[in-house]
Design a protein around this ligand. Structure first.
Ligand code: DP6
Length: 353
């Protein structure tokens, strides 16, 4: 297959999303059904473009990620998702999938969320399926749980429901609602030893999990309300405690396949260093808050008006820690990309060795 052949493909793009109220623990693993609602915002500083072309001459799916042939495990995950979409469309045609991230893998932003959101939109569209956002979101969830939150625009809530079609994400406010800044700080390539999947499975082994679940509806209500009122003072401490709650659960969970572990540690020394700096900066009067996902990266959240004064503190700290950085604002939901706007690597089926 040469580069011209992909001209017939469909390309979609999506941003990763950052959870303010976390998804941690599953009601049903096979369908990625969560135990609690979660709330996120899309990060416009990072984008995945995914091109899908169904081709009757292909004997099997071919998956290219970041200009390299996908690992067997990654290719299998993509094929399983395409199978769901092929089953709905009633076709058996194999596909060429080319996915490209404009951000480094070690950044600690959920590339799988952006990837499965973009893949769902591109593949359904390529097969002529016209789905609304609710259906796209529920379908993306089957590829990667948090991918459902990258389908709608801006600030998003994912509903924890018992039935597959009822667990989807919707926008609680559009991306233009609040000019928040998110600065993601990451520290080199610390390969994650325990995947989010294993973390979800182990969550209810923590003695603190029932306490977390008992308070989650109040947290959701307060976070939702703080977003709608654009109240960073209220939102900030809530999301910090919420992030720490996830890590308390992880650090006191027993992953079934790892009996030698007393808990899962996603932090690096730089993670705690930055948490302490953020508290110090606030003591000095700066309105900056952090959140963390299942990894060592720290995401700082602050308002546009404070950007210059906050970056005057943050930028030297990033240099001192030798960290990488991505700056984002709230981003749009997944979208289709016209051919002339697709970045070249998302159209190139050849692989670099
Ligand atoms: C800690 O199961 O969606 O980011 O598919 O591995 O990307 P992957 O993860 P997923 O779990 C995400 C867990 C989290 C919290 C969150 O995003 O809500």
């Amino acid at each position: 297959m040469n580069a011209d052949a992909i001209q017939g493909g469909t390309t979609a793009a999506a941003h990763p999303n950052l959870a303010l109220v976390k998804y941690w623990g599953q009601r049903q693993a096979a369908l990625n059904l969560p135990l609690n609602n979660s709330i996120s915002l899309n990060l416009d500083g990072a984008t995945t473009h995914t091109t899908v072309m169904f081709d009757t001459t292909l004997p099997h799916d071919r998956v290219v990620i970041n200009q390299a042939l996908a690992s067997p495990a990654a290719a299998q995950r993509v094929s399983a998702h395409l199978d769901r979409i092929r089953a709905i469309a009633g076709v058996d045609t194999r596909a060429l999938v080319i996915s490209h991230n404009d951000f480094p893998a070690e950044a600690g932003v959920a590339s799988s969320a952006a990837a499965f959101a973009a893949l769902t939109l591109a593949a359904t569209h390529a097969l002529g399926l016209q789905f609304d956002d609710r259906r796209l979101s529920a379908l993306a969830r089957l590829g990667s749980g948090s991918a459902c939150r990258s389908i709608p625009d801006g600030f998003v809530e994912w509903v924890a429901a018992e039935a597959d079609e009822d667990s989807y994400a919707y926008a609680i406010a559009p991306c233009g609602h609040w000019d928040l800044n998110v600065t993601t700080i990451f520290f080199g390539s610390h390969a994650k030893e325990v995947s989010s999947l294993e973390g979800h499975r182990a969550a209810d082994t923590s003695p603190f999990f029932t306490t977390r679940m008992a308070g989650i509806d109040t947290t959701l209500e307060r976070v939702r309300s703080a977003i709608l009122r654009r109240d960073l003072l209220e939102l900030g401490l809530l999301i910090e405690r919420e992030a720490i709650s996830l890590h308390v659960i992880a650090m006191t969970s027993q992953p079934p396949e790892r009996p030698w572990m007393s808990g899962i540690y996603y932090w690096q020394p730089q993670t705690l260093d930055l948490i302490q700096r953020v508290q110090q900066w606030r003591r000095q009067g700066l309105q900056v808050y952090f959140t963390l996902d299942a990894g060592p990266s720290v995401h700082l959240i602050y308002e546009e008006d404070d950007r210059a004064s906050i970056l005057a503190h943050v930028t030297p700290a990033i240099a001192e820690l030798g960290a990488g950085v991505i700056h984002s604002r709230p981003g749009r939901g997944a979208w289709l990309v016209p051919l002339d706007e697709v970045p070249a690597p998302a159209l190139d089926p050849t692989c670099r060795m």
